[in-house]
Design a binder for this molecule. Structure first.
Ligand SMILES: *Cc1c(COP(=O)(O)O)cnc(C)c1O
Length: 518
């Protein structure tokens, strides 16, 4: 800590910390620099810019001039730059190491994508620019949409949703519009326990009553329970496939037939498309609507690194209800169709708009660059390698970590473990904190809910065998310590800038505004 400390804040110097025997004057530990809040290092009395007091002229603010100090910390430019650079060094990022966060598909973002996205013709495009001036950008949106339709085998696409959950909303609004169009007031959406948490949240947000369908012992939808419940009051079945246990829902054809026979629709959460892209077309499985997370399957930085983008593909039955705007190719030119009256493009019964403009242009250019650089064969290999990597992690760790579905065959793109076999009092949280000491962002924890102390590991296809072996070594080591009940595990992380924070207090009573003396 190089700056004066005005709030009484002290660097942590617990005796258990390595280095406590040799505390430093600054609180820094070699290149690991301590960093207080910007309010604690800056002072509202000082300012980074030194302008002479204005003289002469007349004050024309008419009594609107500031009467109190603005309360912002004053820092010089180098102090400001250093503050944010130090904080950035405490981040974990996919560019630093393996990011095994299950369900999130934290894969490498090829730099080629970034180069393409930064081309001025794409980067500087304005949403209100005349269409004649942005034909290239509209062509990108159109071509990406065509790829998504081809990869999923579905005839309609909406490009404007801005994230996966936004795409779910888009899909359910289209389903509602289709039901409204035939005066069919259905109230229920069925969601299996193996579906992602955003699925029931979206259905509830749309005003549907959510009913849960249980799972079988092998981690898949309980077909008997599902078929018993499907009826004329069910608007849709929302499944995640591959599901959140990292398993393919093999009965998806039967599910589609059952829900269609009852007059409902099949929504599939496609955020896990990375496991099947190029291998399976959801349209062939009977899916009516599916969102695709461009920021997962088709790279593009996310998780603090960039915005999401969640285009939705639609079956023949739902395509007319897709939202506007939509890009259409007619007469050799691309048109951004904004009005519902333009029925000839197949959106005659559009449910309306989800976003002010056409969607996330920067994500579109990155995703299309990714798709074109891989090609159809490369995308197929993405899925195969993602599944291979996950199975490698599963099989290399299942003797020290309980794999609840390990016996029922290979997994898809994620390896799922539970806390069975840990010593009394040792938890998944302890293991995750110890992984931080090993230099890894922890995996997804306590999700899915169907597995006690769940740990969901998604390595993605972009990790080499050497990177996986190192991660597996770390995971096995912390798992063995949890099984043996190593008391030091309870202290982890000891090498991180902060130890175990009170996450419950932070969530329940977040302190969002700094005030002097707190
Ligand atoms: C990430 C994810 C979502 C939500 O996507 P966002 O872009 O975060 O809104 C939904 N379902 C699954 C299975 C996911 O992994």
């Amino acid at each position: 800590m190089n700056a004066p400390n005005k709030s009484g804040w002290k660097p942590e110097m617990e005796t258990a910390l390595p280095g406590a025997e040799a505390p430093t004057h600054t609180g820094n530990r070699a290149l690991m620099l301590e960093e207080p809040l910007i309010f604690e290092i800056g002072s509202s009395d000082t300012t980074g810019v030194d302008l002479p007091e204005a003289t002469g002229g007349t004050n024309r603010l008419g009594g609107m001039e500031r009467s109190e100090a603005i309360g912002l910390p004053g820092l010089s430019e180098p102090e400001t730059v250093r503050h944010y650079t130090r904080l950035s060094r405490q981040n974990y990022a996919i560019d630093l190491g393996l990011f095994p966060l299950g369900s999130c598909t934290m894969k490498h973002n090829p730099r080629l994508n970034e180069k393409v996205a930064r081309m001025p013709g794409f980067a500087d495009v304005h949403p209100l620019a005349p269409q004649g001036a942005i034909q290239g950008a509209l062509a990108v949106i159109h071509e990406l949409g065509e790829w998504l339709k081809a990869l999923t085998g579905m005839p309609g696409v909406a490009m404007s949703p801005k994230a996966g959950a936004h795409g779910e909303l888009c899909g359910l609004l289209a389903i509602r519009a289709a039901l409204d169009a035939r005066d069919d007031p259905r109230e229920v959406v069925l969601v299996p326990t193996s579906a992602h948490g955003t699925n029931p949240a979206t259905a509830a947000f749309c005003g549907y009553r959510v009913e849960e369908i249980g799972a079988t012992a092998d981690g898949r939808v309980d077909m008997a329970a599902l078929e018993a419940r499907i009826g004329p009051d069910v608007a849709a079945l929302m499944i995640t496939n591959p599901n959140t246990c990292g398993l393919f829902e093999r009965d998806i054809h039967r599910m589609a037939e059952a829900i269609h026979a009852a007059g409902g629709f099949l929504y599939c959460d496609g955020a896990n498309f990375n496991a099947i892209v190029g291998r399976v077309r959801p349209g062939d499985l009977g899916v009516d609507a599916m969102h695709i997370n461009l920021h997962k399957t088709f790279s593009t930085p996310h998780g603090g690194g960039g915005p999401g983008s969640g285009p939705v593909v639609f079956s023949e039955a739902l395509a007319p209800f897709a939202p506007l705007p939509a890009v259409r190719l007619a007469g050799g030119r691309f048109h951004l169709v904004e009005e519902e009256t333009q029925v000839d493009h197949g959106h005659g019964q559009s449910f309306g708009r989800l976003a002010a403009f056409h969607g996330q242009m920067g994500m579109f250019t990155r995703a299309l660059a990714y798709i074109l650089s891989h090609g159809a064969d490369g995308l197929k290999q993405v899925a195969e390698d993602a599944v291979l990597n996950a199975n490698y992690v599963l099989r290399r760790c299942e003797d020290v970590l309980h794999a609840p579905y390990g016996a029922s065959g290979p997994c898809m793109h994620e390896a799922l473990f539970g806390d069975e076999g840990f010593a009394e009092g040792f938890t998944t949280l302890d293991l995750a904190k110890a992984l931080i000491d090993e230099g890894y962002h922890p995996m997804t924890m306590y999700f899915p809910l169907v597995v006690h102390g769940a740990m969901l590991v998604e390595p993605t296809e972009t990790e080499s065998k050497a990177a996986l072996d190192q991660f597996i070594g770390a995971l096995r080591s912390v798992a063995e310590r949890a099984r043996a009940g190593d008391p030091a595990l309870k202290q982890a992380p000891v090498h991180a800038p902060r130890r175990r924070l009170d996450e419950t207090l932070a969530a329940r009573k977040p302190v969002l505004v700094w005030s002097e003396g707190e």
